[in-house]
Design a binder for this molecule. Sequence first.
Ligand code: ATP
Ligand code: MG
Length: 276
Amino acid sequence: MTIIEAKNISYKYPDGTKALNNVDFVVNKGNIVALLGPNGAGKSTLFLNFNGILEPTEGKVFVDGKEILYNKKSLLEVRQKVGIVFQNPDDQLFAPTVEEDVAFGPLNLGLSQEETKNRVVDALKRVGMEGFEKKPPHHLSGGQKKRIAIAGILAMKPEIMILDEPTSGLDPKGASKILKLLKELNNEGMTIIISTHDVDAVPIYADFIFVIKNGKIIKKGSSHEVFDDISVIRDANLRLPRIAHLIEILEKKDSFKSSDAYPLTIGEARRYFAEE
Ligand SMILES: Nc1ncnc2c1ncn2[C@@H]1O[C@H](COP(=O)(O)OP(=O)(O)OP(=O)(O)O)[C@@H](O)[C@H]1O
Ligand SMILES: [Mg+2]
């Protein structure tokens, strides 16, 4: 079942920059979808079209089968379903303390003080930021801010969570914790859409991948469909996952023979070697 659909959307910024060009983007309910592409490709712009922060210059966006109409009622409905974690947490965090910031969304949804409190405690715990409740967000480190921004959206329990480079700036353990959290939320039924440059993580977590460049979708498909297309990988300033790169080198330089597609994850590599 489709949960988000952008039909042939284009977006032009007021200064004339055409950031999106006839983009079709479909997300199935319950999937983890990754959006890859070089800097300036249009990833953040596309995401802002998914909950009506930006209105496409051409084309339409549907959430749960309903067209976004850009009036108060429609936008309110959309924003209850679609939560976006911005690329830059400074665009998102604004309250005097961490707990007030994370509580803002749930209170705005009309939840009780008690339910809000529970959600704040739970969200901070899940991003590993318990103990920071009273701190002003602007006194936090970059990675800590990122986690609070994620907690703030998480506390609203949206049906669809969109995260614009959720692991950038996080230390390796923090990044892996966030990715595991996303997988957990996904297992609980949440649809997840992320943009990322982390090509090692994408084949582990993503059910489906889109690649964007110059505002156009240049490839979509499974991890193998995307990463087996070397010209797209090169064209989009991406690289192969390290594990696939290792196998490529073993084949080319150490006459290791295999006719299969390169494994993209450690799990796939283990099976690959076990079968040799
Ligand atoms: N507010 C704005 N006004 C004018 N042009 C903009 C604005 N925001 C972004 N752009 C332009 O739109 C294009 C797409 O930018 P966008 O931020 O969507 O890229 P991105 O794929 O998210 O890049 P990154 O990987 O660096 O985050 C770029 O050419 C950018 O310069
Ligand atoms: Mg961006």
